[in-house]
Write a protein that binds this ligand. Structure first.
Ligand code: SAH
Length: 454
């Protein structure tokens, strides 16, 4: 095998794309990861680093471009860590995401025959994020605001972000230019000096309501009234202006104290026919348009007639639970964060559901107890974090054997791993539907349906 050396320049053919969006070229079987390169391309590279089993190279020049390559429309795409895939056409992104899911299901799940459908994407894959969290800072005496560079706390200054709402752009830009005049100093992470730490903007997609949150180091800050006035002028859709106080030397965004400066404490949104109340700090899906697509798919796979008891494990604020409650006899949701369970209960009440029950705790402990108490499920829905389902929970499923399991996942690798465990325990995976919740990024969501083998 040819040994590659650092700083070597060579011409390579890019074969694949990693789940992080880097191009992969193989030199005598040795993989080199090339940031910015796409499959099918011939590129000139500069070797940056060689490790035992793989290396990294810098893209110098594209000799033959992929037909799926497009010019990234965002001016800070190269430096900002928010998006990874703007240089790939949307069609190419969807094909990439389908392949990621199919490869995981085949290789890790050992299920080459399970259909993995084409990804359900967005008609307009821009401006979809309903929440922006924008750090403020200073650079050479100037106020900067934008997003962090990949794996860093360096703020990439920008006036637009093409995946956030126009309202967030407008407030971000206006505050940046007017901050000095208002006498509000941007916070500096290194010295723990200054006042404005983050600007958070949330918008209800269905209602158009906007919430603006100023995260400040201290409770008292100058020119509060002028800041409120500025925000209301720039974005007349703002119905709630909130202050959150975070005096700590930390990179966690929110502190524990939240005050309403003007207007309402919450904004409202709807996903399908279900209403949600969103406060400054509550968890809520980032892309509600595609959340509706994903949860409709989950509901479709659950195939409910109205007589079923359904468990929604890892239920968060009950988004899926309330979707299911429209079609089920009873939905029982479990989630580890108590505040999220409070939100779930409030949202159930807001929508007038009387067939839901929520409990805070680890799913792997609460569900076995429910089963012991005779609260069994016909259908089980899981939507775990990236690490997948707890092995104990999978064991409980295999012990009680609900007739159907709907698995919503944000990580194809752990989805595939868990499908294999459930298959070995007697379930059959019918199909997998990926849904694009985060266009322009490498994130992939998928929903799988499993049934007990006859
Ligand atoms: N379905 C939810 C979001 C799920 S995200 C919604 O649409 O709102 C995964 C959730 O699992 C998170 O809310 C996280 O707090 C929760 N979680 C993580 N570990 C858990 C555990 N062991 N038991 C129950 N919930 C857990």
């Amino acid at each position: 095998m040819k040994t590659l050396k650092k700083n070597e320049r060579l011409l390579v053919h890019v074969e694949d794309l990693t789940h992080e969006g880097a191009g992969v070229a193989k030199i005598d079987g040795y993989p080199l990861f090339i940031h910015g390169a796409l499959p099918g391309e011939e590129v000139e590279i500069h070797v940056l680093k060689t490790l035992k089993n793989y290396g990294f190279a810098k893209l110098i020049e594209i000799k033959q471009a992929s037909p799926y390559r497009v010019a990234a429309p965002c001016p800070v795409f190269e430096t900002c860590g928010g998006c990874q895939m703007q240089h790939l056409s949307y069609e190419g992104q969807l094909a990439f995401k389908q392949k990621l899911v199919r490869d995981a299901v085949t290789r890790i799940g050992k299920l080459p025959d399970v259909p993995v459908h084409p990804v359900k994407g967005m008609d307009n894959p821009w401006r979809y994020r309903n929440k922006s969290q924008i750090p403020f800072g200073t650079e050479d005496g100037r106020t900067v605001a934008g997003f962090y560079a990949t794996r860093s706390h360096h703020i990439v200054d920008t006036d637009i972000c093409m995946i956030q709402t126009p309202e967030a752009d407008a407030i971000m830009a206006a505050l940046k230019t007017r901050l000095q005049e208002l006498g509000i100093k941007p916070y500096e992470e290194e010295t723990h000096q200054g006042m404005l730490r983050h600007l958070v903007v949330r918008k209800g997609r269905a209602t158009g309501e906007v919430m603006v949150v100023l995260v400040t180091k201290k409770r008292k800050f100058p020119q509060v009234e002028a800041a409120i006035e500025l925000i209301r002028t720039i974005v007349p859709e703002a119905v709630s202006i909130i202050q959150n106080v975070n005096p700590e030397k930390t990179n966690v965004i929110f502190g524990s104290e939240t005050l309403t400066l003007w207007g309402k404490d919450i904004i409202e949104d709807r996903i399908g026919d279900v209403r949600f109340e969103i406060s400054a700090r509550s968890f809520y899906q980032i892309n509600p348009e595609q959340t509706e697509v994903l949860y409709k798919q989950a509901l479709d796979y659950a195939d409910l007639s109205g007589d079923e008891t359904v468990i929604d494990a890892y239920c968060g604020i009950g988004t899926i639970s309330l979707f299911l409650a429209q079609k089920a006899k009873l939905v029982m949701g479990v989630e580890i964060v108590p505040q999220a369970i409070e939100d779930a209960k409030r949202n159930a009440e807001l929508n007038g559901f009387t067939n839901t029950l929520f409990e805070a705790g680890p799913a792997e402990q609460v569900i076995p107890r429910w089963f012991k108490e005779g609260k069994v499920a016909d259908v089980l829905v899981v939507d775990p974090p990236r690490k997948g389902c707890d092995p104990q929970l999978l064991g409980t499923i295999l012990g009680q054997k609900p007739k159907r399991v709907v698995y919503v996942s944000c990580n194809p690798a752990t989805l595939a791993r868990d499908l294999r465990i459930l298959e070995d325990g007697g379930y059959r995976t019918r199909e997998v539907q990926p849904v694009d919740m985060f266009p322009q990024t490498t994130h992939v969501e998928a929903v799988a349906v499993l049934e007990l083998a006859k």
